[in-house]
Design a protein around this ligand. Structure first.
Ligand SMILES: [Zn+2]
Length: 412
C-alpha cells in the first residue's frame, strides 16, 4: 500500500472552509446552526459525496460519511472532529481532523486499499460551547453522556430552544435516537492540533494522546449590597466585586496547590452589576473552568473553591451561590488505538510523544462508547482559539499520513 496525501488539495480545502466564516480573515467565526455553519456543512457534505462516501445526519446534525467495508455488518472504524469555531478563532482547530480525516480516506482509496470494517468520518455538532453553553453537544448525545431530556432544556443566548434552532436547521429526527450503541465503533481516532506548545518546544512532529483531561465548569454568583460610591463608607460596605476578587485568587491558589502539575483553573468570565463607575458592585457573576487528568484531584479543587466561598461569604457578609454546570470524568485512551497510532508513526519513520490532551475534545465522550485515542500535530506557539492559530502544511500532511495508516490497520 503506497499512501499519498494530496497536500495541495487539502490545504486549498482548509482555506475554502476558513472563508465560510462570519469574521474578517484570517479570523474564523462559525457558530453552530448559523447560516454560515449550514453553508459549511453543505460544502463539506458535497466533498464527502464527491469521495463516494455515504452521508447521513442525525437529529442534532452530527454528520457521518461512510466508506463501506467488505463486511458491512462489522463495527466501523471512525475518525473525525468538528468544524464549528468560537468567535474570532483560527482555521485549524477541529478542521484538521475533519478535512484531514477525509483526505486520509481519499489517500486510502487511491492506494487501492479496501477496508474490511467500514471507515467513517464523523463531524461532531457543536464541540464549542458558544451557542448552547455546553461543549461537545454532539458527542455527549452520541455517547449518552447527555440525555435527550436534558438536551431539550438547552437554549441559546437569544432564548431560542435547541428544538427551535435545530428545526430551523432542517433537523427533525428525535433526540432520543442519537445515542450510538456500544458496539457501533470498533475504534475511533481523532486528529487534532495540539493547542499547546509541547510538541513544538520538544521538536517532535506527532503526539499520541494517552489521556484526556476532564473539565468542570462552575457558575458563581456573588450578591452583596450596592450603593453610592461616595455615600457608603468602607466599614459599611458589602462589595460583591471585592468578594469575587478574593474568590478568584482562591481558585488560582487551589489549582496551584492541588499537588499535581496537570491541574489548571481559570475564571474566564466576570460580569459586574450594575457596572457604573460611581456605584458599589452589588452582584458579580463569575464562571470558572477547572481541569485535571485525575478526577479526585480535580474534584479537590472544586471542594477547595466551595470552602473558599463559605469563608468569604461570612467574612464579607455576601451571599455566594455556586452551580456546577458540568463535571466530566477524564478519559484514558484505548490501548489498541494508541498502539495503532504509535505503530503508524514508527512505520513512517516519525518520532512521536505519548502525551496528555489538556484541552477536551469529542473523543473524551466517544471514549465512553468506543475504544478511542487522538493524534496531535504541533501548532505554532501552541496558539489556538485565535486568528493566528497555525499548523504547517508539512505537519498536517504528516498527521494525515499517520492517521490513514492507523485507519488501515484498524479497519483491515
Ligand atoms: Zn477542537
Amino acid at each position: 500500500m503506497k499512501l499519498d496525501v494530496d497536500r495541495d488539495r487539502l490545504m486549498s480545502e482548509i482555506e475554502t472552509l476558513a472563508a465560510i466564516s462570519d469574521a474578517e480573515p484570517p479570523a474564523v467565526t462559525r457558530i453552530v446552526f448559523t447560516p454560515t455553519d449550514l453553508k459549511a456543512r453543505a460544502w463539506l457534505r458535497a466533498r464527502c459525496e464527491e469521495a463516494g462516501l455515504t452521508v447521513r445526519q442525525d437529529a442534532i446534525g452530527n454528520t457521518f460519511a461512510r466508506w463501506s467495508g467488505s463486511d458491512r455488518a462489522a463495527p466501523a472504524v471512525g475518525t473525525g472532529s468538528h468544524v464549528d469555531a468560537i468567535p474570532n478563532a483560527g482555521k485549524y482547530d477541529g478542521v484538521v481532523g475533519v478535512l484531514g480525516g477525509l483526505e486520509a480516506i481519499r489517500a486510502l482509496q487511491r492506494s487501492g486499499f479496501r477496508p474490511t470494517h467500514s471507515i467513517e468520518l464523523l463531524v461532531f455538532t457543536s464541540e464549542e460551547p458558544t451557542r448552547f453553553g455546553i461543549g461537545c453537544l454532539g458527542s455527549r448525545l452520541l455517547s449518552g453522556s447527555l440525555s435527550a431530556e436534558a438536551a431539550k432544556k438547552l437554549s441559546d443566548g437569544d432564548g431560542q430552544s435547541i428544538e427551535e434552532v435545530r428545526s430551523k436547521a432542517g433537523l427533525d429526527g428525535a433526540l432520543d435516537d442519537i445515542k450510538l450503541s456500544a458496539g457501533y465503533y470498533k475504534a475511533f481516532a481523532e486528529l487534532h492540533i495540539e493547542q499547546g506548545p509541547v510538541l513544538e518546544t520538544q521538536h517532535i512532529p506527532l503526539g499520541v494522546v494517552t489521556k484526556i483531561a476532564a473539565p468542570a465548569s462552575m457558575r458563581i454568583v456573588v450578591e452583596g449590597a450596592g450603593g453610592h460610591a461616595g455615600g457608603v463608607l468602607m466599614p459599611d460596605r458589602r462589595d460583591a466585586l471585592c468578594a469575587a476578587a478574593e474568590l478568584i485568587l482562591a481558585v488560582e491558589n487551589a489549582a496551584k496547590n492541588s499537588g499535581g502539575a496537570d491541574t489548571v483553573a481559570t475564571v474566564g468570565i466576570c460580569e459586574v452589576f450594575p457596572g457604573a463607575v460611581n456605584s458599589i458592585p452589588s452582584r458579580v457573576r463569575l464562571s470558572a473552568d477547572i481541569r485535571d487528568t485525575d478526577l479526585a484531584r480535580r474534584d479537590g479543587v472544586i471542594e477547595a473553591m466551595e470552602n473558599a466561598c463559605n469563608a468569604i461569604s461570612s467574612s464579607r457578609q455576601v451571599t455566594i451561590h455556586t452551580e456546577l454546570l458540568n463535571a466530566d470524568a477524564p478519559a484514558e485512551c484505548a490501548p489498541q488505538v494508541v498502539q495503532a497510532l504509535s505503530d503508524a508513526c514508527t512505520k513512517h519513520g516519525q518520532e512521536f510523544l505519548p502525551m496528555i490532551s489538556r484541552a477536551y475534545h469529542d473523543s473524551l465522550f466517544i471514549s465512553r462508547i468506543a475504544p478511542a485515542a487522538m493524534l496531535f500535530i504541533p501548532c505554532r506557539n501552541g496558539y489556538s482559539h485565535r486568528p493566528d492559530e497555525y499548523a504547517s502544511p508539512e505537519d498536517i500532511t504528516r498527521g494525515v499520513m499517520v492517521l490513514a495508516e492507523a485507519l488501515a490497520t484498524l479497519s483491515a
